[in-house]
Design a protein around this ligand. Structure first.
Ligand SMILES: Cc1cc2nc3c(=O)[nH]c(=O)nc-3n(C[C@H](O)[C@H](O)[C@H](O)COP(=O)(O)O)c2cc1C
Length: 290
């Protein structure tokens, strides 16, 4: 299970991976039955998706020369709202620039350590300039939903790149903290008006001496309703708190329960570490957000 890509479609690996994803929820028998049924449908795509874990410890080895082109081809294969393709990405290899971006992202060591940092951008500038060259109006560019489309497109593209990376044994972690100081990140990357750095993504070979593990998620019942919305129950949440305690406990780490951790993350504006200024920063970057 520690291998980034187990790819072993056997009755031993698949249930283990599903158990890792859900821990002791939602009841051992149901999880086991689901796992057994899942074995015949198992394939390398599911293996990569369900085997995901964020990697924050990288070897110094460089990436294969063609890796970036594969990742971007995978990213561009994602669906795109009205085919607007309202995103771009900056590949940062330079050590000093990575160090400066790491400092802007709360000093996260893995941003420096990863051989490649991709910074995913909402890009409305390309649509604006192509329309302007053709003498066409694009007033719709200035509405919040258009920004949202760019953010959705960029996230789908980035996740495709992440899955492609994991499918060839690379590891990755997103860096949302790149939004802590958006003006400084924009200056560092030379972003023009109407281009915004949504998040970073570290890419590199996982360091097997500092492994990461499949982290349990909420039970399916807590996130999936049928026909009409049904909220998660107090039991769902209590079971997930316990599953995450098991997860961190097995690694010898003490960790606050999920309920406490998520509430702390969202406690107040200060807990957002600069991101409470997002709308102000976006307006400064030329997004009107009407
Ligand atoms: C948009 C986004 C931003 C994130 N930002 C950070 C970050 O700044 N630093 C970090 O170490 N992890 C970051 N993460 C990783 C999450 O902490 C991680 O995905 C979550 O804890 C679940 O763990 P897993 O990915 O190993 O399953 C981010 C994830 C997403 C989706």
């Amino acid at each position: 299970l520690n291998a980034p890509f187990p790819n072993d479609p056997t009755a031993a690996v698949v249930p283990a991976l599903l158990r890792a994803r859900y821990g002791r929820q939602p009841g051992a028998e149901a999880a086991a039955a689901f796992a057994e049924d899942a074995v015949p449908a198992w394939n390398p795509v599911l293996d990569t998706l369900l085997g995901h874990r964020s990697v924050r410890a990288f070897r110094a080895d460089p990436l294969p020369t063609t890796a970036l082109a594969w990742l971007i081809a995978a990213a561009q294969s994602a669906p795109s709202s009205s085919n607007l393709q309202a995103w771009s990405v900056v590949a940062v290899h330079d050590r000093d620039r990575k160090a400066r971006l790491a400092a802007l992202a709360g000093g996260q060591a893995h941003v420096r350590e990863a051989p490649l940092l991709l910074v995913w951008l909402v890009d409305l500038a390309r649509l604006e300039s192509s329309a302007r060259r053709a003498g066409l109006a694009v007033d719709g560019l200035h509405y919040q939903d258009t920004f949202l489309m760019g953010a959705i497109d960029a996230a789908l593209a980035a996740q495709n790149a992440l899955t492609a990376a994991e499918s060839i044994g690379l590891g990755s972690v997103y860096i949302g903290a790149l939004r802590n100081q958006p003006e400084a990140v924009a200056a560092e990357l030379g972003l023009p008006p109407r281009v915004h750095a949504l998040f970073g993504q570290c890419i590199g070979w996982p360091d097997a001496t500092r492994p990461s593990f499949v982290k349990p998620r909420l039970a399916q019942a807590a996130v999936l309703s049928h026909e009409r919305y049904a909220p998660a129950t107090a039991d769902d949440i209590a079971r997930y708190d316990a599953a995450l305690q098991d997860f961190f406990g097995a690694q010898g780490q003490s960790h606050p329960a999920w309920t406490a951790q998520t509430a702390d993350r969202l406690r107040d504006a200060a807990a957002l570490k600069g991101r409470h200024r997002l709308v102000e920063a976006l307006r400064g970057q030329g997004f009107e957000l009407r």
